[in-house]
Design a protein around this ligand. Structure first.
Ligand SMILES: Cc1ncc(C[n+]2csc(CCOP(=O)(O)OP(=O)(O)O)c2C)c(N)n1
Ligand SMILES: [Mg+2]
Length: 328
């Protein structure tokens, strides 16, 4: 069966897998600042801590043969889609074993094997690509969907509206997921967008707009599951706004002084990982020790990914000439 089960029907093993994915992303992201300070990584670094429930809810609501595409805050997205942490870490280290062979770095992760299609640094630039991928799926009569994730800032770009228009016009199987973390760099949504309830922006294209709690993995899962079902049925795109929060600055070089301590504390209390863990235990779905085992296993997995990245070779001079053009 193509459709995933309703969130309320998920079994303990499936719920634990979601918990594990979120812990993996958090461990990965929280290991990065120290490694960056040690100059193991170069270039930009935008961390996903706090937003894990969105990426994981999306990835678990679709299938391996479905596509995900995102912006530059995408380490968590590619991990959620199934790329192992080793090649993702090696990419940050600029190593030949990196998922983009060390040539992409933080903002340009790409793994066609798991159908994660990037990794883009131009705000809103990947939205038309998602529509094109959706059109290709439709044209080839495949039973696949694309989930396109982007930030609140992207919804103020002209390209967002062009993409929404064409997606709705051609009823392409694309699910748009806006990760509204309330800021585009240091600019609060209300200072950049005339419409603060971002899910309402889809009404201009007669596309359903849905707002979900992006700190709740099951809420995200259920919204995306339903949207994917619509998309597969030929009913066209859905636009989901997931309200979330990034726990760190915009990038590694942002001290984040534009957010009050009180606001940060409030959102930290809504941390999607421990809250989901507590809920799983209180509902009797898992034992506290199950969670502790996962926490320890994922910590070790990330330590192993760092070792893999450290020990991997740099790309050689000959690699300057590869991946420049795709062979036809
Ligand atoms: C077209 C374009 N304009 C400006 C920038 C500079 N820029 C980089 S990130 C960013 C903010 C985007 O915020 P948002 O879409 O909310 O994503 P978030 O960082 O919150 O995940 C801006 C303006 C850019 N990369 N591309
Ligand atoms: Mg934002």
């Amino acid at each position: 069966m193509k459709e995933r089960k309703e969130a309320s029907q998920l079994q303990s093993t499936e719920l634990l897998a979601m918990y594990r994915d979120m812990v993996r992303i958090r461990e990965f992201e929280e290991a990065c600042p120290a490694l960056y300070s040690q100059r193991k990584m170069g270039g930009f670094l935008h961390l996903y801590s706090g937003q894990e429930a969105v990426g994981v809810g999306v990835a678990r609501a679709i299938h391996q043969e479905d596509y995900m595409i995102g912006a530059y805050r995408e380490h968590g997205l590619i991990l959620a889609k199934g790329t192992p942490p080793g090649p993702v870490m090696a990419e940050l280290f600029g190593k030949a074993t990196g998922v983009s062979r060390g040539k992409g770095g933080s903002m340009h992760m790409f793994d066609p094997e798991v159908r994660f299609m990037g990794g883009y640094g131009i705000v809103g630039g990947h939205l038309p690509l998602a529509v094109g991928m959706g059109f290709a799926i439709q044209y080839q009569e495949k039973d696949e969907v694309v989930v396109c994730l982007f930030g609140d800032g992207a919804t103020n770009q002209g390209v967002f509206h062009e993409a929404m228009n064409m997606a709705a016009l051609y009823r392409v199987p694309v699910v748009f997921v806006c990760e509204n973390n309330m800021y585009g760099i240091g600019t609060a949504v209300g200072r950049a967008s005339a419409v603060e309830q971002l899910y309402k922006k889809s009404c201009a294209y007669e596309t359903p707009g849905v707002k979900v709690d992006g700190m709740d993995v099951l809420k995200v899962y259920e919204a995306v599951r339903q949207a994917a079902t619509r998309a597969r049925a030929g009913e066209g795109p859905t636009y989901i706004e997931a309200l979330t929060y990034r726990f760190r600055g915009h990038s590694i070089s942002d001290p984040g002084t534009y957010r009050s301590e009180q606001e940060k504390k409030l959102w930290k209390e809504r941390d999607p990982i421990p809250n989901f863990g507590r809920w799983l235990v209180s509902e009797g779905k898992v034992k506290d020790t199950d969670l502790k085992t996962i926490d320890a296993e994922e910590k070790e997995l990330i330590a192993e990914a760092i070792r893999f990245a450290e020990e991997s070779p740099d790309p050689g001079p000959e690699d300057l000439w590869t991946d420049v053009y795709v062979a036809s």
